[in-house]
Design a binder for this molecule. Structure first.
Ligand SMILES: Nc1ncnc2c1ncn2[C@@H]1O[C@H](COP(=O)(O)OS(=O)(=O)O)[C@@H](OP(=O)(O)O)[C@H]1O
Ligand SMILES: Nc1ncnc2c1ncn2[C@@H]1O[C@H](COP(=O)(O)OP(=O)(O)O)[C@@H](O)[C@H]1O
Length: 243
């Protein structure tokens, strides 16, 4: 097999300073974001759920997804566990179909750099959905403020300020540990899982989320999702049901 140089790392001989990014040119589409949002009768936004494992992100996001759909909204939901079966799969999954080199280069774990790449990829995907006018829910631990802020910047620079709503699901670690639906806290506390958020890895709580869901004993996922829905109405992102 002929060995072609890796174009991404080999500057073009004719202009040594040239970089591959100079050859990637943005293509303006005929159908604009405004066309799509007008047709859908809604703004494309990203609703980003962050919080410890077990805090309720997926449950509340699922509930909100249902509430939005029942109101006729075009919406979708991306969830940490699910995305890590495909787009952000670990090396062990990738090596089933790809080489070991490929798997170790593109597979993601839970170290800080891997989480940075995980959130970067998902941020780029949510931007594509929001640009298509879709209300896009994303439920990821996303423990590092810097990573979340980069997604906010991506979303708001491609749309407008207010297109990114951070939802902090602020459930205490003790409650998450009691819940422990996947037994991961038990394994993390036994040292069987490294870099576990809240146990052996940090979590940067959002200082100023658009929605702060402080834990209240007995509050249901429906009630929590309804708080977010109300915020979407208050911001004019959703038409109020009361007309
Ligand atoms: N080390 C470690 N730390 C945190 N979470 C872990 C870890 N290992 C596996 N899991 C499970 O993976 C889910 C988190 O994946 P995310 O993609 O949301 O994580 S991150 O945003 O990259 O931090 C998370 O899912 P949720 O419990 O739904 O949050 C965990 O169940
Ligand atoms: N408001 C709530 N009240 C009681 N239990 C909840 C609530 N929200 C979620 N749960 C439960 O907590 C566990 C973790 O929820 P999940 O949505 O998987 O959290 P995350 O996605 O943040 O890991 C699940 O067993 C879920 O049923």
């Amino acid at each position: 097999m002929s060995q072609t140089p890796d174009a991404s790392s080999t500057p073009n001989e004719s202009s040594p300073k040239r970089d591959i990014k100079d050859d990637i040119v943005w293509h303006a589409h005929t159908v604009t974001r405004e066309d799509r949002e007008a047709k859908l009768g809604q703004r494309g936004v990203v609703i980003w759920f962050t919080g410890l494992s077990g805090c309720g992100k997926s449950t509340i996001a699922n509930e909100l997804d249902r509430l939005l759909l029942d109101r006729g909204a075009a919406c979708t939901l991306l969830d940490g566990d699910n995305v890590r079966h495909g787009l952000c799969a670990p090396p062990a999954v990738l090596s089933e179909e790809h080489s070991e080199e490929f798997a170790s280069r593109f597979g993601l774990g839970f170290g800080p750099i891997d989480r940075e790449e995980n959130i970067r990829r998902i941020g780029a995907v949510t931007e594509l959905f929001a640009s298509a006018g879709v209300i896009t829910l994303a439920a990821f631990v996303s423990p590092y403020r810097r990573d979340r802020d980069r997604v906010r910047k991506t979303i708001e620079s491609s749309g407008q300020k207010g297109d990114f709503l951070e939802v902090f699901v602020d459930t205490p670690l003790e409650v998450c540990q009691q819940r422990d639906p996947k037994g991961l806290y038990q394994k993390a506390l036994a040292g069987e899982i490294k870099n576990f958020t809240g146990i052996s890895d940090p979590y940067d709580a959002p200082p100023n989320p658009e929605v702060h869901l402080k834990w209240k004993e007995g509050q249901t996922p429906h009630e929590q999702a309804s708080v977010i829905l109300q915020e979407l109405e208050n911001r004019g992102i959703l038409k109020s049901k009361r007309g």
